[in-house]
Design a protein around this ligand. Structure first.
Ligand code: NAP
Ligand code: ZN
Ligand code: ZN
Length: 353
């Protein structure tokens, strides 16, 4: 495949794991027949952006441009584009491509593509430019229409941006495990993902208990929809809930005691991990053996379910609780995220780039 014509856009990038993010210029392809060109208005800041920028998962190519909670306005479409037109308000999440032929892709589960995560919005491989994909901390992005989502018209656009990752990553496992009325559901960690999990689990009718290391977040957790709040460092509070949960979603970004969380599950209960800490989390056998508990993981969500989640949020008026920042505040935002000091998602106002 020959390289398509390109143009330059402003971005924020990092040249190395230990370097801060700074202004840069990157290339985007001129829209091809099935491409949608998007002027980015807001981009959410996911903890994955930080893991990736600092190469904590070990697969970052530099210079790296994070950002996969993208909302913006269509500025051009290729001749073959059917679903979008100039002026539409659209979203792009964690995926911009996949093989589209394997069983997972054909089932609309592009995040589990047999070829791996080659189509990541960042950290993937751009087959047109034969280069690493570059994410949403940028003025514009060009994406094939099958990976572009329609934003509900009634939602605040900045607050809706985090739905593209934090939203779908929590919605998908809660749906997969059929969380609903009569279920006691735990959410571990009140950050970007955790606060969306609380909102969705509540909207699905479950009894929601939030586990936090930050006692000062209790009132917020209740306002966001939790029925109960447990400080996970308090053994007495933890013991009071032992063996009582149907389902737990673990959205913690760092090392923590997974076994203490597993012990909260009742017979046949499941703990799904969405957090992706840098280092392995030790799991003891007995918390799983006792009560036939299971531990699983879940990765973002496919395109059809992401659209379903956005439509659900439109119908129910669900968005993220955000703090809007300027592009040049990104390094400070990362430091605050590491201190669990985010209420509850940073979103970059892209006109400040
Ligand atoms: P975040 O906003 O930084 O939230 C993480 C929360 O984890 C913190 O607010 C804190 O909540 C808790 N926490 C942090 N350090 C902890 C520790 N040492 N022990 C216990 N709890 C701790 O991060 P996020 O954007 O929600 O992302 C969370 C994780 O999910 C990241 O690892 C991210 O890479 C991953 N992720 C995975 C997927 C996927 O597809 N599976 C998608 C997106 C993100 P409290 O203050 O309440 O304790
Ligand atoms: Zn993310
Ligand atoms: Zn595939």
């Amino acid at each position: 495949m020959s390289k398509p014509a390109c143009y330059s856009v402003k971005a924020f990038a990092t040249p190395a794991a230990a370097a801060p993010l700074a202004a840069a210029v990157i290339e985007r392809r001129q829209p091809l027949a099935t491409d949608v060109q998007i002027a980015i208005r807001y981009c959410g800041v996911c903890h994955s952006d930080l893991h990736f920028a600092r190469n904590e998962w070990g697969f970052t190519h530099y210079p790296a441009v994070p950002g996969h909670e993208i909302v913006g306005t269509v500025t051009a479409v290729g001749a073959g584009v059917k679903k979008f037109k100039v002026g539409d308000t659209v979203g792009v999440g964690c995926l911009v491509d996949s093989c589209r032929a394997c069983p997972s892709c054909r089932a609309g589960l592009e995040q589990y593509c047999d070829q791996g995560l080659t189509g990541g919005t960042y950290g993937g491989w751009d087959k047109h430019l034969n280069a690493p994909t570059l994410g949403g901390y940028s003025q514009e992005i060009v994406v094939t229409e099958d990976f572009v989502l329609r934003m509900p018209a009634n939602l605040d656009l900045a607050a809706a941006a985090p739905l593209l990752c934090a939203g779908i990553t929590t919605y998908s496992p809660l749906r997969h495990w059929k969380v609903g009325p009569g279920h006691k559901v735990g959410v571990v960690g009140l950050g970007g993902l955790g606060h969306m999990a609380v909102k969705f689990a509540r909207a699905f009718g479950a009894h929601v208990v939030l586990f936090t290391t930050t006692p000062g977040k209790a009132a917020d957790a209740q306002r966001l929809g939790a029925h109960e709040v447990v400080v996970s460092k308090d053994e007495k509070q933890m013991a009071a809930h032992a063996g009582s949960f149907d389902f737990i979603l673990d959205a913690v970004s760092a090392q923590h005691d997974l076994n203490a969380c597993l012990n909260l599950l009742k017979r046949d209960g499941n703990l799904t991990l969405v957090g992706a800490p840098e280092k392995p989390l030790p799991v003891a056998a007995f918390p799983l053996l006792l009560r036939r508990r299971s531990l699983s993981g879940s990765l973002i969500g496919g395109l059809p379910e992401t659209q379903e989640m956005l439509d659900f949020c439109g119908q129910h008026g669900i968005t993220s609780d955000i703090e809007l920042i300027r592009m040049d505040q990104i390094n400070e935002a990362y430091e605050r995220m590491l201190r669990s000091d985010v209420k509850y998602r940073f979103v970059i106002d892209m006109k400040t780039l």
